[in-house]
Write a protein that binds this ligand. Structure first.
Ligand code: UFG
Length: 340
């Protein structure tokens, strides 16, 4: 059976992709440089599924390395998760982001073209929309990112479109999808893989770390936004639903085609709502201080996920905020030090 290549498969979202593919009976090969990923995540998938997942340690943009893997494993399908993904860090160190996200994608796509990869699913982001004039955000919203992170991802979307066009002209096959994630949260509900970032910057794990006593408090970045309770509103999608969309999309790609979908639940929750839900789920108090706004945070972002529902019949199934947070809480309690 042909294998699926998962880049960044040892990271938070990628490891959930590897787990799902292995559970579905696919042969999986992972390329991950382990800069932010964890070897142990792959071992956990192997133990839970009783399958072997090959982990090749290296950069997804290392053309020669990846081409060798693609040919050796007969890969036709690629899920490309490997990336740096902190908006704030991208402002401080833009070249690292353009190297890891944009340049690496070009090396990877060269390898894919040489080895005849036919289907490619790309982790893009709602950050490519920048500060949209209105919510909910549909795929037709102009893409005008305001951070190097968002630009590093949008450039890859453009490159993919050009590659598909060149394949169309050449009469070859190359179908891709750019999946624009909103706020990915939660962990595998069976507790096999989870979220382990260092440093952690995302709201849900930070709030839960505070509930567990791993940090003193949570700072709410801004309480004077024009939102119902003054704090920022985001669309939190469970990572298992997000991965389910990847599987659905990969199965739908045919011939030469281009797709772009927003992945969210289509509803927003404020920072204060996340804190309240975490207190409900954990039965513990989350110490909170109110701080100034964080630069570059738009007040309200949530998806119009109607396009993928209409075209592929996919929609998020885990819609209850408490269930999302409970899955992250279960993981954190079992792994307070991450995979270490
Ligand atoms: N927040 C706090 N305190 C914290 C951390 C976050 O109040 O300690 C707030 C943020 O200001 C924001 C919300 O919680 O309003 C969510 O913040 P995250 O950092 O968890 O997520 P972002 O919305 O900033 O970022 C997410 C993804 C990015 C993606 C971006 C697009 O993590 O990869 O959405 O806007 F690019």
């Amino acid at each position: 059976m042909a294998s699926v290549l998962v880049t960044g498969g040892a990271g938070y979202i990628g490891s959930h992709g590897v787990l799902r593919l292995a559970r579905d009976g696919h042969e999986v090969v992972v390329v991950d440089n382990l800069v932010r990923g964890h070897r142990e995540a792959i071992a956990a998938v192997e133990r839970a599924t009783g399958t072997r997942v090959e982990l090749v340690e290296g950069d997804a943009g290392d053309r020669a390395l990846v081409e060798g893997v693609l040919r050796r494993r007969g890969v036709r399908d690629v899920m490309h998760f490997a990336a740096l993904a902190y908006v704030g860090e991208s402002v401080e160190r833009p070249l690292e982001y353009y190297r890891a996200n944009t340049s690496a994608a070009i090396g990877l796509l060269e390898a894919c073209e040489a080895a005849g990869v036919e289907r490619f699913v790309f982790s893009s982001t709602c950050a490519t929309y920048g500060e949209p004039a209105a919510v909910p955000i549909a795929e037709t919203c102009p893409q005008s990112p305001i951070s190097p992170y968002g630009r590093s991802k949008l450039m890859v979307e453009r490159v993919l479109a050009d590659v598909a066009e060149s394949r169309r002209r050449a009469g070859g096959a190359f179908a891709y999808a750019a999946l624009r994630y909103f706020n990915v949260a939660g962990c595998d509900r069976a507790g096999v893989v989870g979220e382990a970032h260092d440093p952690e910057t995302h709201l849900v794990p930070i709030v839960l770390q505070a509930a567990l006593g791993l940090r003193d408090r949570v700072t709410i970045f801004g309480t004077d936004y024009a939102t119902p309770d003054g704090t920022c509103v985001r669309d939190y999608i469970h990572v298992e639903d997000l991965i389910d969309a990847h599987v659905r999309v990969l199965g739908a790609l045919r011939g030469v085609e281009e797709r772009a979908y927003n992945l969210g639940i289509g509803r927003g929750h404020s920072v204060r709502e996340i804190v309240s839900a975490a207190e409900r789920v954990t039965g513990r108090r989350v110490p909170v201080v109110e701080g100034p706004r964080r630069a570059g945070d738009p007040p309200r972002l949530f998806a119009d996920p109607g396009k993928i529902r209409r075209e592929l019949g996919w929609e998020a199934r885990i819609r209850d905020l408490d269930e999302i947070i409970a899955s992250a809480w279960n993981w954190l309690r079992a792994h307070p030090k991450g995979y270490a």
